[in-house]
Design a protein around this ligand. Structure first.
Ligand SMILES: [Fe+2]
Length: 307
């Protein structure tokens, strides 16, 4: 299941996000990394240093594009200019799949530059799925959509978030970038069981998984991407790997970014789950559970409390 038509039949392993503070380390030391995820919008330019760096990275590493401004759920028409630039970058990076978020963020051409949660309605399912199909037809690589973390919900919603995600991807016939940290954050903010969400998602459509750290406040949890993955998220990740198999996984670390080695070491913890799933048939539930225990015990000791 990990290599499927939604990730172009690849088997990419563990990646990390390509971030500016790590450029010098990566280009001078050439560490062994399975793949890098880039934010497409940072490289949709005509030239200059960003593209020079990217070309050097591409000489040695596999790269996957992740977008933050497609706004599949907005009713505004897609920008042809944006799509053309995106396709140029797709040809440059040879990304096997292209991801962006299941959200909205613009009204009448005005952009919020935020990933806003959808109203989970049948009308929104249709609008969103149609847009994803348009993008997929244009860029000519599989498009996968990521579940966002959220802090508000619409009274107009007619279904749960996981039902909405499933309806959209079935109608668009696209893949899923399953962010298990986002599921956890939203489950705490909206009081639902994150395992109910995870168990409902169509596993055969999961092309990639995101893991990340979040911050806990008194009344809500914030998706901050500024520290290691917390034990509760590793537990969800273990369940995701049991269901989906050893799927390409990416650690997001976007604020208070530590050394390259620290970020990479945190990401590589996920490799134990993938090896466990690979090493035994039928998803290797017991092997994945053993890997989870191995990761969780030190993580719980560090955090000082079971979440
Ligand atoms: Fe994510």
């Amino acid at each position: 299941m990990p290599a499927n038509r939604f990730n172009n039949f690849t088997n990419y392993g563990i990646g990390i996000g390509l971030r500016i503070p790590h450029y010098t380390h990566i280009l001078s030391r050439r560490p062994v990394v399975d793949w890098f995820e880039i934010i497409s919008e940072n490289y949709m330019v005509d030239g200059g240093r960003p593209l020079e760096i990217l070309d050097q990275i591409l000489e040695q590493y596999k790269v996957v594009q992740h977008g933050v401004s497609m706004y599949f759920g907005s009713v505004d028409p897609l920008s042809r200019e944006h799509l053309k630039r995106l396709k140029q970058l797709v040809r440059r990076t040879k990304t096997p799949w292209l991801s962006d978020h299941l959200c909205w963020g613009s009204v009448d051409g005005r952009y919020t530059h935020d990933l806003l949660p959808m109203p989970y309605t049948w009308e929104a399912v249709e609008v969103t799925a149609q847009k994803i199909r348009q993008v997929q037809d244009f860029v000519e690589v599989p498009v996968v959509v990521e579940n966002v973390s959220s802090y508000a919900e619409f009274h107009a919603s007619e279904m749960t978030e996981w039902e909405f995600l499933t309806e959209v991807v079935e109608r668009a016939d696209c893949g899923i970038l399953l962010d298990v940290n986002n599921i956890y954050v939203s489950s705490k903010n909206h009081t639902f069981d994150p395992f109910t969400y995870l168990n409902f998602v169509p596993a055969h459509r999961v092309a990639q998984i995101h893991i990340a750290g979040h911050s806990k406040f008194e009344k809500y949890i914030l998706d901050t991407h500024d520290h290691p993955v917390l034990p509760a998220v590793w537990r969800l990740y273990a369940r995701a790997i049991e269901r989906c198999g050893p799927t390409a996984t990416l650690l997001e670390w976007d604020d208070n970014i530590p050394s390259f080695e620290e970020v990479h070491a945190e990401a590589l913890k996920a490799k134990r789950f993938l090896h466990a799933a690979q090493s035994s048939p039928n998803g290797g539930e017991r092997a994945v559970a053993a890997a989870a225990k191995e990761i969780l015990e030190p993580a719980l000791a560090e955090s000082g409390a079971a979440r």
